[in-house]
Write a protein that binds this ligand. Structure first.
Ligand code: ADP
Ligand code: MG
Length: 616
């Protein structure tokens, strides 16, 4: 019998190995950019086309390579960065495994041009799927340029796994940001489809953060600094008030290498604990410097994870450093966000009295015999006809704002009455009231209605933004001086994607270069002063993956805006505001459900009260 086992040809072995290092265009960007940093470059250009699927080119002015090195660098395990096993214990460079270029060349068409400072002439080498096609001398500037074309041209299965250009470009930007953040002394330019997306001169870390995330970030940061024999910590923390609901800018770098570390993330997050709402998470740019002998960076093919010899001590130091920094900037008093301010039952406003209603009762009447609409989970169905009818009927008896007392009888005259001597309070005015700064109470012909003020207002705004009751589009209010808003690049792309939907809802916004926008009109309910933070927070909620896929984009946006603008529980309302919420809610098409599909109100039918109070 013949033996079965044979060695795989180099090309296949390399392709298999490449799977670990090169998962998508962003992995190529990461490896090429890291090589430029290791080569001591002071200026780096990244050029991408078709989100890196067609071209990724990285040009640097680093040390360059000789003719032989330019060939050698594509061999697997070919590196200039370590020589012996011991070197692995004290790695100072980003690369060291000598497999990135070999892996990239196995799955794409690569052209590398390189010249060392002092050499007369450079070299150009062309490789396709591991095979060297040509190498010849060229005239080129000092440094190296690597072009990676048609990634995965020979692994169609991999290519078909790639995501949309938008998403792949986002992954590329993530890698670009990581390298740019940790190397503020290096200038970077990023070209996407021949257009400059970022151009950043060398500078300090804070300047780099502002270059990447917009100048408004300047007011959002506080410095972090802690020197100990075990670890030096530096960087910036986002102020607690700018904490976001989704993970955004959270960066750890150890010895200038980006790393993911859930354990240290926990240290930071718990340090912020009482300062931010439970569902929010802080931003941070944290740089750790440790003795390279005390860490192991060789635990993951993409080198994005690091083992620390003394994880626990660093956790404790980091936690204390963040706490101290927050405290030093006077931000860490014992605030208690879990309890919204004003949630304690306050005394009623002066002159406010809850009066017993004058009621006459039909004990046989049951308002729940009418079918209620099924929860619409935010989708905008008109309520079933019966239900609208029931609401209209109830609404007809509601107190109207500004009308003072409404003396219409609570129940139709032909209903049998409970003797007035038992229940009525003479001279009673119907008033809508707020209790516990969270609930509104009103009454209808048939019972007492208790509303959640927040959900009620959300429903009103949601329908108003969608103009459910208006035949024509609501015109936004024109602003005399259109405010400029500056967003981070992720949010910029998102706003561009949603800009026509913002316009449908009354926001005329125009792109004003790079990450800035001008706001020309606002929907009537949006306070002009808060337009920037308002748009940012709405964009933030659009990122939530839990968004209901059955909603149209307009509905999603209306929901996000309503949620941001609606009065919160804990807000004390003026009597006119209470009346207005109640009146407007009952004019809605689906008054009993919030845009999220949660109940807005409960009704205590008088008949139940009569029964429970054993009134005969
Ligand atoms: N931009 C560059 N400038 C100079 N030398 C480079 C550059 N890119 C790669 N090299 C050389 O090619 C070698 C192989 O690169 P790579 O496959 O990424 O492995 P590693 O970075 O782990 O050494 C590097 O060790 C380095 O000597
Ligand atoms: Mg490398």
């Amino acid at each position: 019998m013949t033996d079965l086992i044979h060695l795989l040809p180099d090309a296949i072995a390399n392709q298999i190995a490449a799977g670990e290092v090169v998962q998508r265009p962003a992995s190529v960007v990461k490896e090429l950019m890291e090589n430029t940093i290791d080569a001591g470059a002071g200026d780096i250009k990244l050029i991408v086309k078709d989100a890196g699927k067609m071209l990724i080119q990285v040009i640097d002015n680093g040390c360059g390579m000789s003719e032989r090195d330019a060939r050698m660098c594509f061999e697997r395990h070919a590196t200039s960065k370590i020589h012996k096993a011991d070197d692995l214990l004290a790695i100072q460079t980003l690369g060291f495994r000598g497999e990135a270029l070999a892996s990239i060349a196995a799955v794409s068409q690569v052209e590398l041009k390189s010249k060392r400072r002092g050499d007369e002439i450079g070299t150009c080498i062309q490789i396709e799927g591991t095979e060297v096609k040509a190498q010849f001398p060229v005239n080129c500037p000092d440094g190296t340029s690597v072009s990676v074309k048609n990634l995965f041209f020979n692994v169609p299965a991999r290519r078909s796994f790639l995501k949309s250009n938008n998403l792949e470009l986002k992954y590329i930007l993530d890698e670009f940001f990581r390298v740019a953040l940790v190397n503020p002394h290096v200038s970077f330019t990023l070209y996407n489809q021949d257009k400059i997306l970022y151009q950043m001169p060398s500078g300090h870390l804070k300047e780099r953060i502002l270059n990447l995330y917009g100048s408004s970030y300047g007011q959002k940061l506080i410095p972090l600094e802690q020197q100990t024999p075990m670890v030096n910590i530096s960087g910036f923390l986002g102020k607690p008030e700018f904490a976001k609901k989704t993970r955004g800018e959270q960066f750890f770098f150890t010895n200038r290498r980006f790393m993911k570390n859930a354990y240290f993330h926990h240290a930071v997050e718990t340090a912020f604990k009482e300062l931010i709402p439970d569902d929010s998470t802080p931003s941070y740019f944290i740089f750790l410097e440790v003795d390279p002998h005390t860490i192991d960076v060789n635990i993951h093919p993409t080198k994005s994870e690091i083992n620390f010899q003394d994880n626990k001590s660093i956790y404790a130091i980091l936690h204390a450093a963040v706490r101290q920094s927050l405290g030093r900037f006077n931000l860490a008093p014992s605030l208690d966000f879990e309890k919204e301010p004003g949630m304690d039952p306050p005394p009623l406003p002066a002159g406010y009295q809850v009066r017993q209603p004058t009621i006459t009762v039909n004990p046989g009447y049951n308002p729940f015999t009418t079918q209620r609409p099924a929860p619409d989970k935010g989708t905008h169905h008109p309520a079933p006809h019966d239900s609208i009818h029931a609401w209209n009927e109830m609404y007809a008896a509601l107190p109207k704002p500004g009308r003072g007392s409404d003396n219409s009888p609570l129940f139709p005259e032909n209903q049998p009455e409970v003797p007035a001597s038992r229940l009525s309070v003479t001279g009673e005015k119907k008033v809508n009231i707020q209790v516990n700064v969270a609930f509104l109470i009103t009454h209808t012909k048939t019972g007492i209605v208790i509303l959640d003020q927040n959900r009620a207002h959300e429903r009103i705004l949601y329908e108003r933004f969608l103009k459910t009751n208006q035949p024509e589009k609501i015109q936004g209010q024109h602003l005399l001086l259109p405010p400029t808003i500056t967003l981070n690049p992720d949010d910029t792309r998102l706003l561009q994607e949603w800009i026509s939907h913002f316009s449908n809802l009354g926001f005329e916004i125009s792109h004003f270069g790079k990450n800035s926008f001008l706001v020309h009109t606002l929907p009537p309910d949006v306070p002009p002063k808060e337009v920037g933070p308002f748009i940012e927070s709405v964009i933030e909620s659009l990122k939530t993956p839990a968004q209901d896929t059955r909603l149209s984009k307009d509905q999603k946006l209306a929901k996000a805006m309503a949620c941001r603008l609606a009065v919160k529980r804990g807000t004390r309302l003026h009597p006119e505001e209470i009346d207005s919420i109640i009146e407007n809610l009952f004019a809605c098409q689906v008054p009993d459900l919030s845009p999220d599909g949660k109940p807005v109100m409960i009704i205590l039918p008088f008949s139940d009260l009569i029964h429970k109070l054993k009134i005969t």
